[in-house]
Design a protein around this ligand. Structure first.
Ligand code: GLN
Length: 540
């Protein structure tokens, strides 16, 4: 079948959940036997979100091939179970960089380089790049930003041209917001009408409208929107608040979103109904779990929960498969010290020490780790969290006063975490970390080897600093073992204190590869240990 292109645009306000609608449609089409991928176009000038502070844009997600990407790609993977790559996330910055590189090379043969056609052609080339591989029946393209923004204009022009060129092989789904005015006790569709008008004014007629709402929209009102917006009545559907985002595919299916997309794009029908058995099993477990598992996440970006999106979702998936309801408590590492650590951590079944960059909040992580180690609480250190495990152990067990990572203290007498030689000469911040999936060999019998059921795994990385080999023997002798390493370079990937019930740190980020249908085994193992620890305390 010819590749079909589905564009998802948004209007009225941002944060409507275009990523969730795109992911949900992808899940439904996959469940009906199609090959699907989802990509995101971000209208900002940054080449990628790697240099963005998490407070700006939430977590930075990392693809297998080492691209620092928008967190929506995390949703795509969690919903579809299919790995994304660099081609799945493109920014205005990348588009311009590529056009300017071509101009410098002389590729434009003396022509004046302009937004139309050069920038728009580059956008179109990127939209089609995934489709041209022949690996996908559907390419779903989410356009970041809101219709009417100056920044998104070239992307919308590219969508307009593609819709014209591709005919029935392209489709536009426009997501808008229907506010409820309490004082008037009314839902208002005017912003939707305006937003569709704005889309039409740039030459795009949406084929399907998804109205985001907090209150059920009556059928008559949906019909009215259809009439005003030149959209078929059945193609105006609503996206009500859901108890969980993972319910959204079912809500979309109930309103026939998948059927409409298949029909409107003239796609061959593969199955009459989506096969959602495994998905429904997860949802059933999610809604029926009653007993809690209480996990504390110690980090410094806790004010914005999107900053730890992949970790919180990986925990939710693991807890669900362990038949527990996740009670996740965010603990600000900057506010943690000896005087309050016991009060903040003693009631927890398990503790995660979060990834991060820089000095702020680091001492709180050491305090938390010392408490967890001494009280044998199941503890999982991820990336910077693992590095903090190493530093805390050096300071308090090996007696290495002021041990540190050279990221935090250039002059530390014990640089137990340090830069790799090849990182030392790098001056650019963007895209220069150890990024993407690398192999890791695990020590037989170690917690991760048992959890994965394998001695070789591939997990994704995003860091510059590494465990310093010079100290390895002293750690091992004192009881912190390096149970995972990169087979090519010997770099330490996983540490564990085997005398404790579950004390593991990974230099890699296992959360990036945890999906609804394929939860990460290390998270499952951690949550199981937390549940057991909780049960033990109950029996005490
Ligand atoms: N700041 C640390 C490093 O660069 C850890 C990074 C992280 O936690 N993602 O190595």
């Amino acid at each position: 079948m010819e590749t079909k292109y589905i564009f998802v645009t948004g209007g009225v306000v941002s944060s409507l959940g275009k990523g969730i609608i795109s992911s949900s449609l992808a899940r439904l089409l996959l469940a009906r036997g199609y090959r699907v991928t989802v990509q995101k176009f971000d209208p900002y000038i940054n080449i990628d979100p790697g240099t963005l502070n998490p407070y700006e844009h939430g977590e930075c997600y990392v693809t297998v091939d080492g691209h620092e990407a928008d967190l929506d790609l995390g949703h795509y993977e969690r919903f579809t179970n299919i790995a994304t790559t660099r081609a799945n996330n493109v920014t205005t910055g990348r588009i311009y960089q590529s056009v300017i590189d071509k101009e410098r090379r002389g590729d434009y043969l003396g022509k004046t380089v302009q937004i139309i056609p050069h920038i728009t052609d580059e956008i179109k080339r990127n939209v089609k790049a995934l489709g041209n591989t022949g690996e996908y029946d559907f390419v779903i393209t989410e356009i970041g930003g809101t219709v009417g923004d100056i920044e998104s204009t070239p992307f919308l022009e590219a969508v307009r041209q593609l819709k014209w060129e591709l005919g029935r092989n392209a489709l536009c789904i426009h997501l808008t917001y229907v506010p409820y005015l309490k004082a008037a006790q009314e839902l208002k569709t005017k912003p939707t009408q305006h937003s569709v008008k704005m889309l039409q004014s740039v030459g795009i007629q949406p084929d399907i409208l998804v109205l985001r709402t907090e209150k059920e929209i009556p059928a008559g009102m949906l019909r009215k929107v259809a009439q005003f917006c030149n959209v078929a009545p059945q193609a105006v559907i609503q996206s009500l608040n859901a108890p969980t985002i993972y319910q959204v595919p079912l809500m979309m299916h109930a309103q026939k979103l998948d059927d409409m997309v298949i029909e409107m794009t003239n796609s061959e029908v593969r199955t009459e109904k989506p096969d959602l058995d495994a998905w429904n099993l997860f949802l059933e477990k999610l809604s029926s779990a009653e007993k809690l598992v209480t996990i504390g996440l110690v980090g410094k970006y806790v004010e914005l929960q999107d900053a730890y999106k992949s970790i919180s979702e990986a925990l939710l998936q693991a807890a669900t498969y362990c038949d527990r309801k996740l009670d996740l408590r965010y603990i600000h590492s900057e506010k943690l010290d000896e005087s309050n650590v016991s009060e903040k951590l003693s009631g927890l079944d398990g503790v995660i020490i979060a990834p991060g960059f820089g000095q702020r909040g680091i001492e709180g992580k050491f305090t938390a780790l010392r408490y967890c180690r001494q009280n044998d609480i199941p503890t999982f250190g991820i990336c910077l969290g693992m590095q903090c495990m190493v530093i805390e152990f050096a300071r308090n067990v090996l007696g290495m006063e002021n041990a540190n990572s050279t990221e935090m203290d250039h002059n530390t007498p014990y640089n137990v975490i340090d830069l790799m030689d090849e990182q030392k000469s790098i001056s650019n911040l963007g895209g220069t970390m150890r990024l993407g999936a690398y192999e890791c060999r695990l020590r037989p019998g170690s917690i991760p080897a048992v959890a994965y059921g394998s001695e070789t795994v591939r997990e994704r990385h995003r860091h510059r600093f590494e465990f310093n080999h010079e100290f390895r023997q002293r750690f091992e002798q004192a009881g912190m073992e390096c149970v995972g390493e990169n087979p090519q370079t010997g770099l330490v990937e996983v540490v564990q204190i085997p005398s404790l019930r579950w004390f593991v740190g990974t230099q890699y980020h296992p959360e990036y590869q945890s999906t609804v249908l394929n939860p990460n085994p290390l998270f499952i193992s951690f949550v199981k240990a937390a549940i057991e620890y909780g049960a033990e305390r109950e029996n005490d």
